[in-house]
Design a protein around this ligand. Structure first.
Ligand SMILES: [Zn+2]
Length: 505
């Protein structure tokens, strides 16, 4: 079979947009760009030419040119090259080796000494928990849940305003550390949730619990309320997601009702799946089977489902998950910190299940930094299954393009390609912890990103073309004032919890 290869004339004054293969063995894949000969090609033999490439005349004027950095992205399987990225409006106009001499950029940014990457994707977080950072240290998840069930734990000492700012601080932390897309998984609804996200400039998804009160799991939101929620998200540029019930409340009829509501609204759903043994045991005692197996048997697993954590799945359940098209949101640092267990991530990848990286809430992590999740994911599976269990590219995929794929957004974000949203981060590569950064034949750029960098190395962030972090400073929010508000709220609740404890003693 011939190799898919289409030459793109490099200096015609036109820009070339690579299109995805629409048939053949590489269906849905993007051809990769070869900086040496200026052509796009699929890495392996396919026999099918990529869909006709759209040729976009270049007006010569663009908004922003980022040049001189090392480009690292899934579009060419992370083969780094020194190049530039052009941004027009909300989108990437071009990605090219070197610089284009036929463009006139309103703003030029010299990215020498930096790595230019797609923004990272955090597929699971709870922003309310940021003001409780450190509060869950040394407590098991069961002990924490018991405190919530008993009298709402610290939640009875915080206001909606506290929660709004806690969430905003979470998104600011995420942005500062290079995350451009985040899933906020709301336990408790909050007026202004969509505004809290949108004001920071981050993009993402908002998951609304289907239960208005989750002490009453069989009482569900009405279809009209779900529709209003979805419209409000969309008005703020966010993806609406429905949070489904936890395993301990599983009932087949209830799950079918939820599935019908979600389907009729055309949304995705997410739930905490097989996260802990004690939750699995509740289901096992009730139904004599485990949760994912039950979802399969009840006909509820589907491709619009994001399973959070997914730690305890049997080989059989992994097959069910893969066949259904459901996805996995895994949070390795959180799962280590609260001793959830080790998810069979290598088996998920082997089965073709899309896996994204999340941080979970800051009470269980205690940071919102996807760079650290990449390293944590690698080390966890190295100690568990051996040195070569996950590749550096697997880690980068989970942090970018695969994370985006959980929300069906891989065509819009997660890699640097013309026509995609300009969700771009610049990572300083000059620090001693990033040195030596080798380039060329024996390069170690992807390795430095996965194992050496942290969010603190991110200097600049663009979301939909907007420069939301500039030289490590947020341009959208007064971070000092926001941090102050969250600190005061945290001190207040900490004082009250201590006073309560002193009274008990
Ligand atoms: Zn969670």
């Amino acid at each position: 079979m011939p190799i898919c290869r289409v030459r793109a004339p490099a200096r015609t004054g036109r820009l070339y947009r690579a299109s995805r293969c629409t048939s053949g063995t590489r269906r849905g894949a993007y051809p990769t760009f070869c900086p040496d000969n200026g052509s796009y090609a699929f890495a392996e033999k396919c026999g099918i030419l990529p869909q006709e490439r759209r040729v976009v005349p270049l007006s010569g004027k663009i908004d922003t040119e980022i040049f001189g950095g090392i480009i690292l992205s899934a579009h060419n399987r992370y083969r780094p090259f020194v190049g530039s990225v052009g941004i027009s409006g909300r989108n990437i106009e071009y990605v090219t080796p070197g610089r284009k001499d036929d463009v006139d950029a309103a703003i030029t940014i010299d990215a020498s000494g930096k790595i230019i990457m797609p923004g990272l994707v955090n597929v699971h977080c709870h922003g309310d928990m940021t003001l409780a950072r450190g509060l869950g240290d040394n407590l098991t998840l069961q002990e924490q849940n018991a405190a919530f069930e008993q009298n709402n734990w610290f939640y009875r000492y915080i206001t909606d305003e506290d929660r709004f700012y806690s969430r905003q601080l979470t998104y600011c932390e995420a942005l500062r550390f290079g995350t451009t897309f985040i899933l906020e998984n709301m336990y408790w609804d909050l007026d202004g949730s969509a505004q809290a996200m949108a004001q920071t400039g981050i993009k993402g998804a908002l998951a609304q619990d289907i239960r208005p009160d989750f002490t009453k799991p069989d009482k569900l939101m009405s279809e009209a309320t779900v529709r209003d929620f979805a419209e409000n998200c969309e008005a703020h540029g966010l993806i609406p997601v429905i949070g489904s019930i936890s395993e301990e409340d599983f009932e087949p009829e209830l799950l079918r009702r939820i599935g019908a509501i979600v389907k009729s609204a055309g949304l995705m759903q997410t739930f905490h799946a097989a996260e802990t043994r004690w939750r699995q045991d509740i289901v096992l005692r009730k139904y004599g089977d485990t949760s994912v197996s039950l979802l399969h048997k009840w006909g509820i697993l589907c491709e619009d489902m994001i399973c959070s954590h997914a730690v305890y799945l049997s080989d059989e359940e992994i097959k069910y998950l893969a066949a259904s098209g459901a996805k996995v949101a895994n949070t390795p640092l959180c799962e280590m910190k609260i001793a959830d267990g080790i998810a069979p991530i290598p088996a998920y990848l082997e089965a073709g299940i899309p896996v994204g990286l999340g941080t979970d809430g800051a009470m269980w992590n205690n940071s919102n930094d996807i760079f650290r999740e990449m390293k944590g994911m690698s080390l966890l599976h190295t100690i568990n299954s051996g040195i070569r269990t996950l590749s550096t590219h697997d880690l980068l995929d989970m942090a970018t393009i695969k994370g985006a794929a959980l929300f069906g957004q891989e065509h819009r974000t997660g890699s640097l390609e013309p026509g995609k949203a300009a969700d771009i981060i610049l990572v300083d590569s000059t620090g001693p912890h990033m040195t030596p950064l080798r380039f060329g034949h024996r390069e170690n750029v992807a390795s430095c990103i996965a194992f050496c960098a942290t969010g603190a190395d991110v200097t600049d962030v663009f979301v939909n073309g907007a420069h939301v972090v500039k030289n490590r400073k947020l341009t959208t929010i007064d971070l000092a004032a926001l941090s102050d508000k969250v600190t005061r709220a945290s001190e207040r609740l900490s004082d009250k919890l201590h006073a309560e404890q002193a009274h008990k003693n």
